[in-house]
Design a protein around this ligand. Structure first.
Ligand SMILES: Cc1cc2nc3c(=O)[nH]c(=O)nc-3n(C[C@H](O)[C@H](O)[C@H](O)COP(=O)(O)OP(=O)(O)OC[C@H]3O[C@@H](n4cnc5c(N)ncnc54)[C@H](O)[C@@H]3O)c2cc1C
Length: 476
C-alpha cells in the first residue's frame, strides 16, 4: 500500500489543504506529522502566547484526525532526521507539505526538500497559506511592490477564487511507532498568565469556521466603519486562525465571493471588498518579508537609520507593557493584550505610535513585546505593522503624522466603553473626560489612576525635531 507523510506546520486544518488533498489523491495511507523545532526559526522562535495557541491547535487537529481514523504523530526537531525516521518507520515513499515564506523557515525547507529528494523520497510542497505566492505579484518591470495600493490593484486582477478542497471523511494511517505526547513539547507557558485566554479563543479548525461564520452573519455588513472601533465587535478576530492555517485565505475569498453572488446587492459587495482588502494587507506583508527578508530587523526605509531614538528606558518600556502610562486608551490596549493575547488594530497603531514617537523608544522594543504576547504574532504582519506605524517602512504612515491618543480615543471610542472595559480604575468616569482624566485632578485623586508619564504635546514636538534632523526630511 502506498503511504505518504503529511508534514503539518502552519496549515493546521483538514479542509482546503492542498498537500493533504494531493497525498490522498495518490496514496492509500497517510501519516500526519508535526515536528516541533523552534530553534530552526531563530531568531524568531514562536513567543509564549503563540505557543499557547499552538498547543491547543495541535490538540484540536489531533481530535479531527482521530474522528477520521487517524492521529497526529508528534516529534521534536532537528526536523530532517525526525522526518527521515518517520518515513522509515511508516515505510512511506512520499512527503507533502504546504509552503511557508519566512526567511529562516524557507531556507530550512529548501535544504530539507533537497535532502529528501536525494534520498529518493518524493518530496513536494504546495501553496496553501496565501492567495498569492510572494513572487507572483510583480510590477510591470518584474519588481516586487513597495506600496500597498498598486500591489492590491494588481493582485486583484490575478485573483481567482476557487471552491475550497473538501475535508476528507476517513484517513487510513499505518500503526507506526508512537510519537511524543503533546505535553512533552512543553508549549504551555511556565508562568501562567493565560488564564483568561480560553474565554476568548477556540484554537483549531472548528473554532476558525465558527468565528468566520459568525462574522459573515453579523459584523461583515458594517465592517468598513466598525473595523476602526475598539468599543464594538466590528472585526473578524481571525488573525491567529489565519496565522496557524486553521482557515485558508482562499476559503475566505471564496465565501465572500459566494456571499456577494447570492445577495447581489452593492452594500454586501462593498463590505466584502473592504474585508478582502485587509486580507490583502496580510498578503502584502508576506510579499514584503519574502522580498525584503531583513524587514524584522532593519528599517525598510534606510533614511531612518540615522534617526535619533532616545536611549533605551527600561522603566518606561515596562510602564508601557503593563498599561500604566497614564494615557487611558494606551493603557486599555496594553491591558487587553495582556489579558487576551490580542489587541484591536486601531489601538495597536496608537500604542505603537506612543512608544516610538511620544517615548521615542526603538520600534524593536514594541515588536519583541508583541511577538511574545500576541496569540496572532506573525513575523511579516508584526514587523510590517511596527515599521508602518514608526514611519520607517516602505509604505508607512509619515513619521510626522503622530497619533494623538486623546483625540483618537474621542473619535474611535466616543463613549469610553473600550477604556472602561480594560482600565478598572476609570470604570466610573464618563466620556469625554475618560480620555484625558488628568485635566480633572479630582479624578486622579479619587481613582488612583496615574497622570500621563509624558507630556503629549512636548514629546510630540521632540519627536518632530528628531525627524527634522533626518537627511532629506521635508518635515511637516
Ligand atoms: C504594530 C502592529 C503590529 C501588528 N502585529 C500583527 C501580528 O503580529 N499578526 C497579525 O496577524 N496582525 C498584526 N497586525 C495587524 C492587525 O492589527 C491584526 O491583523 C488585526 O488586528 C487582527 O484582528 P482581526 O483578525 O479581527 O482583523 P480583521 O480586521 O478582521 O482583518 C481580517 C484579517 O486581515 C489581516 N489583517 C488585518 N489588518 C491587517 C494589517 N494591518 N496588516 C496585515 N494583515 C492585516 C489579518 O489576517 C486579519 O485577521 C499588527 C498591526 C500593528 C499596527
Amino acid at each position: 500500500m502506498k503511504t505518504a507523510v503529511i508534514w503539518f506546520r502552519r496549515d493546521l486544518r483538514l479542509a482546503d489543504n492542498p498537500a493533504l488533498a494531493a497525498a490522498l489523491a495518490s496514496h492509500e495511507r497517510i501519516v500526519p506529522v508535526y515536528v516541533h523545532a523552534p530553534d530552526e526559526e531563530a531568531p524568531w522562535a514562536p513567543g509564549a502566547a503563540s505557543r499557547w495557541w499552538l498547543h491547543h491547535s495541535l490538540l484540536a487537529l489531533d481530535a479531527e484526525l482521530r474522528a477520521r481514523g487517524s492521529r497526529l504523530h508528534l516529534a521534536r526537531g532537528p526536523t530532517l532526521p525526525a522526518l527521515r525516521q518517520i518515513l522509515r518507520q511508516s515505510e512511506a515513499t512520499a512527503i507533502y507539505w504546504n509552503r511557508l515564506y519566512e526567511p529562516a523557515i524557507s531556507t530550512r525547507d529548501t535544504q530539507i526538500k533537497q535532502g529528501l529528494l536525494d534520498a529518493g523520497i518524493d518530496a513536494r510542497s504546495f501553496k496553501a497559506g496565501v492567495l498569492f505566492e510572494p513572487w507572483e505579484v510583480r510590477t510591470g518591470l518584474e519588481q516586487p511592490y513597495r506600496v500597498f495600493t498598486p500591489f492590491w490593484r494588481k493582485a486583484q486582477t490575478q485573483l481567482q477564487p476557487r471552491p475550497p478542497l473538501p475535508k476528507p471523511r476517513r484517513l487510513a494511517t499505518p500503526a507506526a511507532a508512537t510519537g511524543l505526547a503533546l505535553d512533552e513539547l512543553g508549549l504551555l507557558p511556565r508562568r501562567r498568565w493565560d488564564h483568561a485566554f480560553d474565554a476568548h479563543w477556540t484554537p483549531g479548525e472548528a473554532g476558525a469556521c465558527k468565528v468566520f461564520e459568525r462574522f459573515l452573519q453579523s459584523a461583515l455588513r458594517d465592517y468598513a466603519v466598525d473595523r476602526d472601533r475598539p468599543d464594538r465587535h466590528g472585526t473578524s478576530r481571525l488573525s491567529a486562525h489565519l496565522h496557524f492555517g486553521e482557515i485558508s485565505p482562499m476559503q475566505i475569498a471564496w465565501a465572500l465571493d459566494e456571499g456577494v453572488r447570492q445577495a447581489g446587492d452593492s452594500a454586501r459587495s462593498a463590505a466584502a471588498a473592504s474585508f478582502l482588502r485587509e486580507i490583502g494587507w496580510r498578503e502584502f506583508s508576506q510579499h514584503l518579508l519574502f522580498n525584503y527578508p531583513s524587514m524584522p530587523e532593519k528599517n525598510l526605509n534606510p533614511r531612518f537609520d540615522g534617526f535619533r531614538w532616545a536611549s533605551k528606558d527600561a522603566a518606561a518600556i515596562r510602564r508601557w507593557q503593563q498599561g500604566r502610562t497614564g494615557v487611558p486608551i494606551i493603557d486599555a490596549g496594553m491591558r487587553e493584550l495582556w489579558a487576551t493575547g490580542s489587541m484591536h488594530n486601531r489601538v495597536r497603531m496608537l500604542v505603537a505610535s506612543f512608544l516610538t514617537k511620544n517615548l521615542r523608544q526603538h520600534w524593536h522594543h514594541g515588536q519583541h513585546w508583541f511577538w511574545d504576547t500576541l496569540v496572532d504574532a506573525d513575523l511579516a504582519n508584526n514587523a510590517q505593522g511596527w515599521q508602518w506605524t514608526a514611519g520607517c517602512g516602505v509604505d508607512a504612515s509619515p513619521y510626522f503624522r503622530i497619533f494623538n491618543p486623546v483625540s483618537q480615543g474621542g473619535k474611535f471610542d466616543p463613549q469610553g466603553d473600550y477604556v472602561r472595559r480594560w482600565v478598572a480604575e476609570l470604570a466610573t468616569v464618563a466620556a469625554p473626560l475618560i480620555h484625558h482624566p488628568w485635566t480633572d485632578p479630582a479624578i486622579l485623586r479619587s481613582t488612583g489612576y496615574p497622570p500621563p508619564m509624558v507630556d503629549l504635546a512636548a514629546s510630540r514636538a521632540l519627536a518632530l525635531a528628531a525627524y527634522q534632523d533626518l537627511p532629506g526630511s521635508d518635515g511637516s
